[in-house]
Design a binder for this molecule. Structure first.
Ligand code: C2O
Length: 558
């Protein structure tokens, strides 16, 4: 196994999109940020140097961080932020994970521009469980705002209102042909006829799920969230913030240009505003006979410009059944992934996920419904980040008063989650509450959407683990009836599950990773409204079941 060293300088960089230049926070001046490549079993050592004006942390989304929870990165959960002028070195080993993951900032809304791909190749001496692709193409789906994302978050929190809808969706940082002033910079993906390519697709949007497809081309899913799947061929995939998909695409069409495209899946009612534009890149067959591309400089010589490429037909924005069709086809190959699904469980948990309201403070402008502030909760607790210590440090050093271990294992209020939810259930309490798990315990967790205000699809991400998605459905979860549908044979493994709109998902995992693990909605406005909680997993008895001591340069809160 190898050790890879990286220097990540976090800095302010001028970037032009949608006709305007603004300064954004980047790593090493790159947007999207640098791609990290390693093999299963390798170690990564990434020194983050903060030359920007904001406190920041970096998170290696989907990496399990076995014994190295100090390197996980969520702000005030496993570390205090790196202050401007400070630095911190993230050091961790990749254990039994292969495929595509990504990294992103995990403080304020900085991940809007601070993110990149993290690619894990098979272990030294082994190879892909599918035909070796001719080339590999990382595609990161993102969102762009004219305004500064940190200001958007702060304004939204101040006003208690939903944040502004983004001004564009992006592919590798570029909006593409269908947005103003963007054609010149549309991402071109060159392919050769007959060759098979591996697209490493990353859901790095902030607040939006997307449908993704390529005109005339089939996509074969071979991995999700760094675990292999049974090959599964489809025209369209769904990607929520936090999810990754490895897709084989064979260039088997007539040499031409085809749009690679993504556009919104908006599970909330159409009254919720969103951007209905399609972000595009171009799959371009390398052929001497292709006319020049209309928007490109090489067409300035007056050659015959080619017509606009064909768009894939993506489902309508509210097509929930297209989402169900896609996710229900995902399966684990029983032999390939090292972890097996727990057949029985020690903890039977049930968490509600949904929005809520918080009373308006006197003298404040409150932009949410009923003149109040938006909030969000799990099991009626709206999560509040601690201020003086990270939860991991408080737990490691037994510092009292930073968090409680009282997170309820079941909803304190039971109601019809899909019906008209009574007003008295709209206002969650606020708290920094954790749920303790004994090392090695097997957990089943039902995630149930509440329809307070609106039923919504929430992409729920668990740090430090991949879990099995054993069932999903609509309406209220019914233990007796729905447990018959559990797939305990070949359920897909993920780190982020899109809990169906007005429905539920059941996940299972083994708590065999000591540390403090944030679980949250990967819509960043929901995270900051409190749709989060933490699991605290104790040490086991073995040497390899114990968390390492904190690194010397771990940032402390001032
Ligand atoms: Cu992608 Cu808590 O993170």
């Amino acid at each position: 196994a190898e050790v890879h060293y990286h220097n990540f300088v976090i800095q302010s960089t001028p970037v032009k999109r949608l006709c305007r230049t603004k300064n954004i926070i980047t790593v090493n001046g790159q947007f999207p940020g640098p791609t990290i490549e390693a093999r299963n079993g390798d170690t990564l050592v990434i020194k983050a140097v903060n030359q920007a004006q904001y406190p920041i942390t970096l998170h290696w989304h989907g990496i399990h961080q076995r014994r190295t929870a100090w390197a996980d990165g969520p702000d005030h959960i496993t570390q205090c932020p790196i202050q401007p002028g400070g630095s911190y070195t993230y050091r961790f080993t990749i254990i039994d994970q292969e495929g595509t993951l990504w990294w992103h900032a995990h403080a304020s809304w900085l991940r809007a521009t601070v993110y990149g791909a993290l690619i894990i190749y098979p272990r030294q001496g082994s190879s892909y469980p599918f035909t070796k692709p001719h080339r590999e193409i990382p595609i990161l789906l993102g969102e762009w705002w004219y305004a500064n994302p940190v200001d958007i978050l702060n304004n939204a929190l101040m006003a208690g209102a939903a944040p502004n809808v983004s001004d564009a969706y992006t592919i590798n940082g570029q909006p593409g042909d269908l947005y103003n002033c963007s054609s010149q910079d549309t991402v071109i993906v060159p392919v050769k006829q007959g060759e098979t390519n591996l697209i490493r697709l990353v859901g790095s949007t902030m607040n939006q799920e997307l449908f993704f497809g390529i005109a005339k081309h089939k996509l074969t899913v071979v991995a999700i969230d760094s675990s292999y799947t049974k090959p599964y061929t489809t025209d369209v995939v769904v990607v929520t913030p936090g999810q990754t998909l490895d897709l084989l695409v064979t260039a088997d069409q007539a040499p031409s240009r085809y749009y690679i495209a993504a556009r919104a899946y908006a599970s909330a009612p159409s009254s919720v505003p969103f951007d209905n534009t399609t972000t595009t890149a171009v799959l371009e067959y390398q052929s001497p006979n292709l006319p020049c591309r209309a928007a490109s400089k090489d067409c300035s010589g007056g050659g015959a410009a080619s017509p606009k490429p064909q768009l894939p037909s993506l489902p309508a924005y509210s097509d929930t059944s297209a989402v169900t069709r896609f996710t229900s086809g995902l399966r684990s190959p029983q032999k390939l992934n090292p972890i097996t699904v727990p057949k029985s469980v020690d903890h039977n948990l049930f968490f509600t996920v949904g929005l809520g309201l918080r009373p308006c403070q006197r003298g404040r402008r409150c932009g949410g419904p009923n003149g109040q502030n938006f909030t969000a909760s799990m099991n009626n607790v709206s999560f509040v980040l601690p201020t003086n210590y990270s939860i991991l440090q408080a737990n490691y050093q037994n510092i009292n008063g930073v968090f409680s271990s009282n997170f309820p294992p079941n909803p304190p209020l039971k109601f019809d989650y899909t019906g008209k939810v009574p007003r008295k259930y709209w206002t969650p309490k606020r708290g920094t509450e954790a749920l303790r798990l004994k090392f090695g315990s097997r957990v089943q967790l039902v995630l149930q959407d509440t329809s307070i205000f609106a039923a919504e699809n929430h992409p729920i991400h668990l740090h430090g683990h991949n879990f099995f998605v054993v069932a999903e459905g609509f309406g209220n979860f019914n233990a007796r009836k729905d447990s018959r549908k559990f797939n305990l044979v070949d359920p897909p493994q993920r780190n982020t599950v899109g809990v169906p709109v007005g429905g539920w998902a059941v996940i299972r995992f083994t708590a065999d990773n000591p540390g403090v693990w944030l679980m949250h909605c990967h819509f960043d406005n929901h995270l900051f409204w409190g749709l989060a909680m933490v699991f605290v997993t104790d040490n086991g008895v073995g040497e390899l079941e114990t968390i390492e001591p904190p690194p010397n340069d771990l940032p402390r809160c001032s």
